[in-house]
Design a protein around this ligand. Structure first.
Ligand SMILES: Nc1ncnc2c1ncn2[C@@H]1O[C@H](COP(=O)(O)OP(=O)(O)OP(=O)(O)O)[C@@H](O)[C@H]1O
Length: 261
């Protein structure tokens, strides 16, 4: 299905009159919002406002109580093109004994929801190498992820989310527990990816200063406890496909600031 209108304005996520309750607790009520191609959406709100709940509905882990969410024009329940989406969930402290290596964690991003036991092909290995290289973590490839610093783990999860060259990246508080300087470098990289690559972002963050410095002071929408800050990047010349492999050098350049710390 080609539902891509000209001019880089495809609806990537459509939230159509969505309600959500946990048992009797109403969290989201009648939310209406559209994320367009190459938007950067910063989602802010107090603890418990429903940010994580909304992201989980967008990636199909929770179902709205009422209303509908569409991904690339398709209702989430029918959507099965999950390779187009990279999702970095809210981070929990990893057990240092968690046995997976960095390479294994990154490669697992290739195995969509229904392909858990796919064999790792040569092409898969190359994709993992590209993602590791782009995030400047190739030297960590054989280390156990639980033994890395928070900032290093961050890059691993981002590499995992990027391995399929996603069109939509969803990040849930990606810099929690990371020192201020590393956070700044991380945001710089995210901004670079948004400005130079064909990726739409939805990011939850409590870092008001950083979010507003990029997205402006005025939310595009305030609904209940949720505030949506949006930056559009719709210059037609930037609409072409961008392949991660072709972008690696640029991404590495944008990582300089991180790796030098
Ligand atoms: N599995 C659950 N069962 C019942 N209530 C839940 C569940 N998960 C979350 N909630 C409640 O729903 C509300 C929204 O939670 P959610 O995690 O979406 O908030 P959030 O905006 O992401 O918060 P934070 O900034 O603390 O991460 C909260 O009041 C929370 O306690």
């Amino acid at each position: 299905m080609d539902n891509k209108p000209s001019g880089c304005h495809q609806q990537i996520v459509t939230i159509d009159d969505v309600f959500f309750s946990y048992e009797n607790k109403h969290v989201i009520e009648g939310l209406q919002f559209t994320v367009l191609e190459r938007d950067f959406v910063g989602l802010m709100g107090a603890n418990g406002a429903g940010k994580t709940t909304l992201l989980k509905m967008i990636v199909g882990l929770l179902r709205p109580t009422r209303g509908e969410i569409r991904l690339f024009g398709q209702p989430v329940r029918q959507f099965n093109d999950w390779e187009r989406i990279g999702y970095v969930p809210q981070k929990n402290a990893l057990n240092p004994l968690f046995p997976a290596t960095v390479r294994e964690v990154v490669t697992s991003g290739l195995f969509g929801r229904k392909k858990l036991f796919r064999r790792v092909s040569k092409a898969d290995r190359q994709k993992a190498d590209d993602a590791l290289y782009a995030m400047r973590i190739e030297d960590l490839a054989d280390r156990r992820i639980g033994q890395l610093s928070g900032g290093q783990q961050q890059r691993v999860f981002l590499a995992r989310a990027m391995i399929n060259n996603p069109e939509l990246l969803i990040l849930d508080e990606p810099t929690v527990g990371i020192d201020a300087e590393t956070q700044e470098g991380f945001f710089r990289m995210i901004r670079h990816m948004h400005q130079h690559h064909h990726i739409t972002f939805i990011m939850v963050s409590h870092d008001m200063e950083m979010m507003k410095s990029y997205l402006g002071n005025q939310p595009a929408l305030k609904d209940g406890g949720l505030s949506f800050y949006v930056k559009h990047t719709h210059e037609p010349e930037n609409c072409g496909e961008t392949n991660l492999t072709h972008s690696i050098q640029q991404l590495r350049d944008s990582m300089e600031v991180l790796s030098s710390r």
